[in-house]
Design a protein around this ligand. Structure first.
Ligand code: ATP
Length: 394
């Protein structure tokens, strides 16, 4: 980003790549990483497994650049270790600067949740707002994940904001609108300031997740939009010819399609619908995040509807995010609070595929949508209409 270097590092995938970005201001970074960090470069803890990871030379190169205060863009195909590297770097950055000076962002709420961050707009501000200005001033490092979802115009705005950062400066970000291009440019990678924004761009090449070379080649071809017809043929041959099991989850790329399929399947059940409407409370910024999250504002359920939990309720009992089940009926709740989310005062009873049957109560928890205990999933579609449970917030 021109002179600003506000973006410390950037992990990314591009168009067909996915992106992650993490940043550090060169000016601020210089000299700050000299001790401690480098000594641990070659051997870092995998936060998930608590096992030691032997970083590749490329991963070490990224860590080293970050430690020198460089802005870095990281990309790479599936399973090349982008996420684990980003998480490690975030940890190191927070250790170095303190958690309040490292901002971890992603263009959408769902993507932000994945990295325990915030949306890019909630960090950068979408209006002329003093709080956003203070965040920019305070930031020592900015991590932007899934940069492929950021368009050229937005990227250029970020560059514009970050570059001068003068005290009197006013700024506001445009909304994320991938269809609106900056001079016909669609992706951040096409922004004029792209190359000058990063001191280092790394394409991680060692794939850890898959070992079958043909599968790796196939996945990489799909990612870059340059699939080898022979690979696609293999994929085609691998498709099952059997009639699809209607209870199997179906994936759709757009919410629009999911909603269409869900509605038609729900209608085909012919049972009376019970509607739940979310009640959100709390800070406005958090409420705005809810609008972008996976929990819908409204959900309709009926007996026999297939549903899915979208939040861990009780891991010990297998009630985890993704657990599926079927609505077997509704329980008339004595809790008057339930009428806030459902006029009929009914709570759904669900038999999970594990056999466990239970009433789903509204859940209260920070940053979650008060529900409505159930909600429609954004990307999954099920037999009989896909509904998913969601959690709730007080
Ligand atoms: N240097 C390494 N040594 C051993 N395992 C590694 C290393 N780097 C990453 N891995 C492992 O490879 C797997 C894939 O890593 P990761 O999820 O970070 O990839 P990714 O590039 O983010 O994938 P995707 O783009 O699909 O999200 C993980 O199990 C991770 O622990």
């Amino acid at each position: 980003m021109l002179g600003m270097k506000f973006f410390g590092c950037a992990f990314s995938a591009h168009r067909n790549f996915s992106t992650k970005i993490t940043g550090k201001n060169t000016k601020w970074a210089q000299g700050k990483y000299k001790s401690g960090y480098k000594a641990r470069e070659g051997e870092a803890k995998n936060t998930k497994t608590r096992e030691r990871v032997q970083w590749t030379d490329q991963q070490k190169q990224v860590m080293s650049a970050i430690s020198e205060g460089k802005s870095v863009f990281i990309t790479g195909s599936a399973g090349t270790g982008k996420t684990i590297l980003v998480k490690h770097i975030i940890k190191q950055l927070k250790k170095r600067h303190g958690p309040s000076k490292v901002f971890v962002t992603a263009p959408t709420g769902v993507a932000a949740c994945t990295i325990s961050g915030q949306t890019l707009h909630s960090f950068a501000g979408n209006s002329k707002n003093n709080k956003a200005y203070k965040r920019w001033r305070k930031a020592e490092a900015l991590v932007l994940d899934e940069i492929s979802m950021v368009d050229a115009e937005l990227f250029e705005s970020l560059d514009f904001i970050a570059e001068p950062l003068s005290k009197s400066m006013k700024f506001g970000l445009p909304p994320v609108k991938p269809q609106q291009n900056s001079g016909g440019k669609q992706f951040a990678f096409e922004a004029e300031c792209w190359d000058s924004s990063f001191d280092l761009q790394v394409n991680l090449t060692k794939v850890f997740r898959q070992s079958d070379p043909q599968l790796i080649k196939l996945l990489q071809g799909i990612r870059t939009g340059e699939s080898d017809p022979e690979d696609l043929n293999v994929l085609e041959q691998s498709c099952s010819k059997a009639k699809p099991d209607p209870t199997v989850v179906q994936l759709y790329p757009r919410n629009e399609d999911v909603n269409r399929v869900n509605s038609s399947r729900l209608a085909s059940l012919g049972n009376e619908l019970v509607v739940y409407t979310a009640v959100d409370s709390g800070e406005d910024s958090l409420k705005r995040q809810l609008e972008q999250g996976i929990a819908p504002k409204e959900i309709a359920l009926c007996k026999d509807a297939r549903v899915m939990l979208v939040k861990n309720l009780n891991t010990w009992r297998g009630l985890v995010n993704g657990a599926t089940g079927t609505v077997t009926g509704f329980y008339e709740s004595k809790d008057v609070g339930v009428t806030r989310i459902c006029d009929d005062g009914l709570l759904p009873v669900v038999r999970f595929d594990s056999g466990l049957e239970m009433t789903i109560e509204p859940i209260h928890g920070l940053q979650m949508r008060e529900i409505q205990s159930l909600k429609e999933s954004s990307y999954l579609s099920y037999w009989h209409g896909l509904q998913a449970f969601t959690s709730v917030r007080a």
